[in-house]
Design a protein around this ligand. Structure first.
Ligand code: E4P
Length: 220
């Protein structure tokens, strides 16, 4: 399972890539807005900057909800860089846009997926990735990870090549669960990436090794 960063923050992306642990990026209008980006032109500049840092897939979401506008925007987004993936919602208009854009060879990330049925429809419409939203389902008091499990099972039994991208992940345990289930990708906030690498025994071990060396060599 490869890790994507779920952010539009350049410093976070640069740090993740420098550590060699980030294979791609996902963004959405909320994440863009949190970086002060609120129109498609500025979003294009931000996404282009991200694609210069990350070699893997960078998902950029359309800013509208009707099929015609999504198709227009998807065609524009696809020109921003060779590794851009267009994110479209799991709605009737979204599926229509997926069908048109995927036929043009534009890779699609089906977003806002909350059911296995929506995932199956995305497959028919030509999505390359499907993003089940784990945390938002958990927020309703239901187990979001079971949706990832269902989609992975169905795709495996049906020999479906669409990649499962576990999204809306909120903590390190989500990442481990998604990996055990067999998701192909997990997209995580920067905070979760930092939590994943943190362990008190690692920190204590680093301090102890340094102290032991100083004790023997007498200097730093
Ligand atoms: C990524 O593709 C999604 O847009 C993102 O993971 C949603 O996360 P959230 O539910 O924490 O906003």
């Amino acid at each position: 399972m490869k890790l994507f960063l779920d952010t539009a923050n350049i410093d976070e992306i640069r740090h993740g890539v420098e550590m060699g642990v980030v294979a791609g990026v996902t963004t959405n209008p909320s994440l863009a807005a949190s970086e002060g980006v609120c129109d498609l032109l500025a979003y294009g500049d931000a996404v282009r900057q991200i694609t210069e840092i990350v070699q893997g897939p960078v998902s950029a979401e359309v800013f509208s909800n009707d099929a015609a506008s999504m198709i227009d925007q998807g065609r524009i987004i696809a020109t921003w860089a060779g590794n851009v993936v267009v994110k479209l919602p799991s709605t009737a208009d979204g599926f229509k846009a997926m069908a048109v854009l995927s036929r043009e060879g534009i890779p699609i990330n089906q977003t806002l997926c909350f059911s296995a049925n929506q995932a199956l429809l995305g497959v028919q419409a030509g999505a390359a990735y499907v993003s089940p939203f784990v945390g938002r389902i958990d927020d309703t008091g239901t187990d979001g990870m079971s949706l990832v499990r269902d989609i992975v099972d169905i795709f495996s039994k049906q020999n479906i090549a669409v990649k499962v991208l576990a999204a809306s992940l909120r903590h390190p345990l989500h990442v481990v669960q998604a990996a055990k289930i067999g998701a192909h990708y997990a997209t995580i906030p920067y905070k979760v990436l930092l939590q994943m690498m943190k362990h008190p025994l690692t920190d204590a071990g680093v301090v102890k090794f340094e102290q032991d060396l100083i004790a023997v060599t007498g200097n730093r």
